[in-house]
Design a binder for this molecule. Structure first.
Ligand SMILES: O=C(O)C(=O)C[C@H](O)C(=O)CO
Ligand SMILES: [Zn+2]
Length: 273
């Protein structure tokens, strides 16, 4: 498990492209048929991924967690970001997870495995003080929110999977946003939420295309050029928004002080630099 230390906003002022990418971008989460993990000291989020192929892959318990098993003091969101349904087994119970669906796994689950030749699983874990039930959030049961429009090139559908009025969790808030064909912009006007860290995992982006992701303090932004199947960690002080050279989807997931999705500081465009 790779460790990423917390970053203060003042540090970003002196960072070059490689330093920015090394701190905030996770590039190879789905590269292997074993679980790859990145631990961020921002709100102690752990992100990860696995593309099982023909194998059945267990969730490891990295020594860095100093736990008896991964979910001893943690909860987990699992989103299938692949092309076909996959199977997640939690302590002997199997869940069929379709593309863009999410399995929430509560604290205390000891054994979790991932399988599915054309599935790919993106993982987000936050600290957990109690055990909420493991539940599957299906797209058929979701109440999607439609935002934006063609005039802003930001027509998109947001499905909230794990949130205060849906699947219960300790800290985790998680959903999937899908851009309509021809729409490029997510999350504009952008925002910060000083009480939560957020990670965007971009996927369903055609090979050769990129998302230009904006981060940093609203009055001192930086950008990262991001390919599909890559994640950007946004500390609580950072904006997080972007535009693609094609439409795409992304998993957004947060952990921190509260679960209030609307508890954001919206940034006026004229205040951005
Ligand atoms: O497209 C959007 O707008 C989003 O999906 C925004 C995220 O949900 C977000 O940033 C939540 O804090
Ligand atoms: Zn946000």
């Amino acid at each position: 498990m790779e460790i990423r230390h917390a970053t203060a906003p003042d540090e970003v002022r002196g960072m070059d492209t490689a330093a920015l990418r090394g701190r905030f971008l996770a590039e190879d989460l789905l590269a292997e048929a074993s679980v790859r993990l990145v631990y961020s000291h921002h709100d102690r989020l752990v992100i990860g991924g696995v593309r099982p192929g023909d194998a059945t892959v267990p969730l490891p318990d990295p020594p860095g967690l100093r736990s008896e098993f991964f979910l001893q003091r943690r909860e987990l969101g699992v989103v299938n970001v692949g092309a076909a349904p996959g199977r997640v087994v939690v302590d002997g119970t199997a869940y069929e997870v379709a593309p863009k669906e999410c399995l929430y796994v509560g604290a205390g689950a000891r054994e979790v495995t991932f399988a599915g030749p054309a599935a790919a699983f993106y993982l987000v874990s936050t600290a957990a003080h109690t055990a909420h039930p493991t539940r599957l959030s299906r797209l058929a049961d979701a109440e999607p929110v439609h935002l934006g429009g063609a005039e802003g090139a930001n027509e998109r559908t947001i499905v909230k999977h794990v949130h205060a009025a849906g699947i219960r969790s300790c800290e985790l808030v998680l959903g999937v946003t899908v851009l309509a064909p021809g729409s490029m912009w997510n999350t504009m006007p952008c925002h910060t939420h000083d009480r939560r860290t957020e990670v965007y995992f971009y996927f369903d982006l055609e090979p050769g295309h990129r998302v230009v992701h904006l981060m940093g303090r609203p009055d001192e932004t930086r950008h990262l050029v991001v390919a599909g199947d890559q994640a950007v960690i946004s500390p609580p002080w950072s904006v997080h928004c972007g535009f693609g050279t094609r439409s795409y989807a992304f998993v957004w997931a947060m952990g921190g002080e509260n679960q209030a999705y609307d508890d954001v500081e919206v940034v006026a465009l004229e205040d951005m630099r």
